[in-house]
Each structure stands twice: as structure tokens, then as C-alpha cells.
Design a protein around this ligand. Structure first.
Ligand SMILES: Cc1cc2nc3c(=O)[nH]c(=O)nc-3n(C[C@H](O)[C@H](O)[C@H](O)COP(=O)(O)OP(=O)(O)OC[C@H]3O[C@@H](n4cnc5c(N)ncnc54)[C@H](O)[C@@H]3O)c2cc1C
Length: 384
């Protein structure tokens, strides 16, 4: 596809954020909008490498509210966008093995219940009863929400892109943004390896690369790429069909069903920021040993696949939404490892911000870029 020479709005990044924003802008009647993705396929950045988990269980009001808007959009996705996204409500089981985490869990459940989310606080015995295949002798508490679950990331991205294209928007893959030309306080053009687009409006939806795109425009965006990895196992017939998404919170070790086997991941707390997306095989062994300790059954399985991706981490683990000191340069990035699930509502919010100058669906104005220089950080605890 040819790069257009002009556009009203250029979206940089074809992950869930860019795709959802493209669709929601097109739905609002904007036709002169083009999405640019550097890879040959859409959704091969963080979105396509993510664990597909969607949950209501967060520790801040704004994250719970983002889920309350976004997850129902995923439930209605087939009806509204015409694409099945395989939403499986297996529930998330978060397990605390120390008192500090248990206390936080209690507070989080109170917050979630107050907001209308029916998460349950569990005792250590109730955790053990829920996952008898796992060894949680040291569990002292847990939380469970049956409406949390799993969704297929690629189907969400392609669902939005196809629906946006049908509405007249353009999405171009295999085109890399290499520069953003500005004059005074205004954007003049977006330069790509395939040509230049004259525009006044850019949406930076480049996920872990959002800081690099910011630099091209002379805007400082504190988003750091951080490698995270996971592996899947061969079939394990002992696994029940209702096995939940389990998070051993203190170790940031997680398990969920993937086909007839498991997907297992763990965060390397010593990982240094960087763009390397190769699997760290040494750390994979650490992950495997921890997984077998928690679930001895894993020893019987073979590794089926493995991959790494990049979290897009901000100083307070919350996203950045909205404008910058460069006119027309808007950011929707920095979801710090839990953004896939908030992609649907985030695209809608960005369409509102770009077209109306304000957020109507949900007030996310406190998640602006300026909060970092003004010291208005909002820390999220439920990030693994
Ligand atoms: C291992 C892992 C597990 C995760 N698990 C979960 C989970 O279970 N649940 C959940 O909700 N979230 C999860 N996440 C987080 C989630 O994947 C991200 O928050 C979300 O996908 C971010 O979407 P995005 O569109 O902002 O970024 P991306 O999907 O990375 O999209 C950005 C796109 O911009 C493109 N781009 C970059 N630079 C340029 C350029 N110069 N020109 C053109 N295009 C460019 C990239 O190629 C990329 O496709 C996980 C992430 C990882 C890495």
C-alpha cells in the first residue's frame, strides 16, 4: 500500500492501542486517518507477545474503572466489531504468601467491592482448595474474581483494523516512522522509510517504543522498555478445564491454560531496560524451577514454545493519556505490562480527546504526561 502524502491524523503503532484508536476515530466519522506500523504484520509488538489476561483486579480506582469499561467491550466484541476474540472467563486467582501482600489484597478487595467489582478475599485453605494441583502450603490469602479471564490479542487487533478499514481508515504495515518534522510548536510532517506524510496531528501509540517516537518530536516521554518472557508446555491431561489464571504474587510467577497445556511466565526483577526481545535462557531455567516447585506436574511436560516481549513501563505503572507541549502530539502509551485489556476503552478515550478535547467515557485526565513533572504519581501495586 502507498503512503498517503497528507493525513488529518497519523497514528504511530499497530498494536492494540493504535488499532483501537483507528477504529474509534473512524467510527466517529474521521476518514483521513492513517495508522503506520513498522513490522510487516500488525500486533507483533507487546500486544502479540502478551499473556492475553484481562482482569478487574487492580489496586487503584482508575485501573479498576478502566477495566469496568474495557472488559465489557471485549465481551461485546463479536457483536460490535464482528470478530470472535475467544473471551474465556476462567477467573484470576492472586495468591499472597506474606502478610504485607495479604494486607494489600484485603484493601484491594474492599476498593474493588466498593466500585461494584465482586472479587472475593480467600483464606490460605480456600486457595489450596481452588488449585489442588499446586503446592501452596505457604499461601496465607488469595483473591478471586470469576469474571477475569483470557482473550486472544491478535483477534482484537485484527478485528479493530478490519472494522476501521471498512469505515474508510487506512492502516499500513511495513512502514517505519523515522522522523517527525516540527516548526515552532506545530507538527509539519511524519517521515517514514516509504515516504512523507504532511499532517498536524500525531497519536503516539508506539508502546515500548513510545519514548523513541517522543524524542523524534522533541517531547520527553518517560516510558522504559523492559523485557518479559514466558513459555508454554505440551498437553497436561490432569489440568481441569476451569483452571484459573494463577499469580504467585511475591514471585511474580503466573500460570494459565494454553490449549491443552500451560502458559507460564515470571518477571525477572533484575532485568535492565532495553529493546532486546530474545529469550534469556538462563532466566527461563529459574522460571521453570520456580514453576515446578509450585506445580510439580510441570516436570512431566515438554516446552512447546517460548518468547519474550517488552513491557512499556512508566514511573508509576499507569499509562499516559492525552496531549503534550507540542500541539497536536498526543500520547496513548505506557501501560506498564497490563495494557492489552485496556486497549478497547483507551482507543475510544483517545478518539474523544483528539476530536472533542476532553474524555467523556471516563475521566482519565489525571493520567496526563505533566503528572511526572508535577509529582502527581499514582502507584499501582497489582503489577507482576
Ligand atoms: C510478556 C508480556 C506479557 C503481557 N501480558 C499481558 C496480559 O496478560 N494482559 C494485558 O492486559 N497486558 C499484558 N501485557 C502488556 C500489553 O501487551 C501491553 O500493555 C499492550 O499490548 C501495549 O499495546 P500498545 O499498542 O501500546 O503497544 P504495542 O503492541 O507494542 O504496539 C506498538 C507498535 O508500535 C510499533 N512501532 C514502534 N516504533 C515504530 C515506528 N518507528 N514506526 C512504526 N511503528 C512503530 C511497534 O512495532 C508495535 O507494533 C504483556 C506484555 C508483555 C511484554
Amino acid at each position: 500500500m502507498n503512503i498517503p502524502t497528507t493525513a488529518n491524523i497519523v497514528i504511530i503503532g499497530g498494536g492494540v492501542m493504535g488499532a483501537s484508536a483507528l477504529y474509534h476515530l473512524a467510527l466517529r466519522g474521521v476518514k483521513d486517518v492513517v495508522l503506520i506500523e513498522k513490522e510487516n504484520f500488525f500486533g507483533t509488538g507487546a500486544t502479540g507477545r502478551c499473556a492475553g489476561g484481562v482482569r478487574y483486579q487492580f489496586s487503584t480506582e482508575i485501573n479498576v474503572k478502566l477495566s469496568q469499561h474495557s472488559l465489557p467491550m471485549l465481551e461485546r466484541f463479536k457483536e460490535e466489531i464482528g470478530q470472535d476474540v475467544n473471551y474465556r472467563q476462567c477467573g484470576y486467582l492472586l495468591v499472597a504468601t506474606n502478610q504485607k501482600d495479604a494486607d494489600y489484597f484485603k484493601r484491594n478487595v474492599e476498593l474493588q467491592n466498593k466500585l461494584g467489582v465482586e472479587t472475593k478475599f480467600l483464606s490460605g485453605d480456600e486457595v489450596r482448595a481452588k488449585v489442588p494441583l499446586m503446592k501452596f502450603d505457604d499461601a496465607i490469602a488469595g483473591t478471586f474474581n470469576p469474571k477475569d479471564g483470557l482473550v486472544d490479542p491478535n483477534s482484537v487487533v485484527m478485528g479493530y483494523i478490519s472494522a476501521a478499514q471498512k469505515l474508510g481508515a487506512q492502516a499500513i504495515s511495513g512502514a517505519e516512522v523515522t522522523g517527525i518534522k516540527t516548526e515552532g510548536n506545530q507538527i509539519r510532517e511524519v517521515q517514514t522509510n516509504l515516504g512523507t506524510i504532511q499532517t498536524r496531528n500525531v497519536l503516539n501509540a508506539a508502546g515500548p517504543w513510545a519514548g523513541i517516537i517522543g524524542k523524534m518530536a522533541g517531547v520527553d516521554i518517560p516510558i522504559v522498555p523492559l523485557r518479559r518472557q514466558m513459555f508454554t508446555t505440551s498437553a497436561l491431561k490432569e489440568l481441569p478445564a476451569d483452571f484459573p489464571f494463577v499469580i504467585d504474587f511475591a514471585r511474580s510467577l503466573y500460570f494459565h491454560l494454553e490449549g491443552d497445556g500451560l502458559l507460564i511466565g515470571m518477571s525477572n526483577q533484575n532485568e535492565k531496560p532495553g529493546l532486546d526481545q530474545n529469550v534469556d535462557e538462563d532466566f527461563e531455567l529459574v522460571n521453570l524451577e520456580a514453576a515446578i516447585e509450585r506445580m510439580p506436574l510441570v516436570e512431566k511436560a515438554a516446552r512447546a514454545s517460548h518468547w519474550a516481549g517488552l513491557y512499556e513501563v512508566t514511573p508509576d505503572a499507569h499509562p499516559i493519556y492525552g496531549g503534550t507541549n507540542l500541539e497536536g502530539f498526543t500520547v496513548c502509551a505506557g501501560f506498564s505490562g497490563h495494557g492489552f485489556m485496556h486497549g478497547p476503552v483507551s482507543g475510544k478515550l483517545m478518539a474523544e480527546y483528539i476530536l472533542d478535547g476532553k474524555f467523556s467515557t471516563l475521566d482519565v485526565s489525571m493520567l496526563d504526561l505533566k503528572r511526572f513533572e508535577e509529582g502527581r504519581l499514582i502507584q499501582e501495586y497489582n503489577v507482576v
